[in-house]
Design a protein around this ligand. Sequence first.
Ligand SMILES: [Zn+2]
Ligand SMILES: [Zn+2]
Length: 126
Amino acid sequence: MTKLLSPVLAEVSPGYVQWFCPGCRETHHIPVASVHNPGQNWRWDGNPDVPTFEPSVLVRGGHFAPNWKQGEPCWCTPNPSEEDWGFRCRQCHCYVRSGKIEFLADCSHELAGQIVDMVPLAERAQ
Ligand SMILES: [Zn+2]
Ligand SMILES: [Zn+2]
C-alpha cells in the first residue's frame, strides 16, 4: 500500500521508498529500512521533502541488465506483434541528494549528467 511521505516521496511497503524518475519516466524504489535486506539498505537522512540517499542508485533493465546476453531479445527489440508493455531498456545511475536527482554520465536517458529537482508524484502521469 503506497503512502505519500511528502509530495516527492512515497513508501511503497514498509522500509521501501519510491520517487518518480524524470529520466526513466517511471518510479524507482529502494529499501531504506528493510528487515529483509538488512545489509542492502540505502542510508536515508529521514527527510521526506528534500531526501538524501547514499550511496548512488543504479537501475538497469533490458539489454543493460548484467545478466543480459548479447543477441537475446530485449525490450527494445522491434516486435510489432506484441503489445507495448511500457518497459524500456535503460540504465539509470543517480544520486538523490537534498531533494535533487543528480544523474551520472552513464545514464542511457537524455538527463545524463544533469541535476534536476525531484518531481511531485502526483504529476507523474503527465
Ligand atoms: Zn531513472
Ligand atoms: Zn534493448
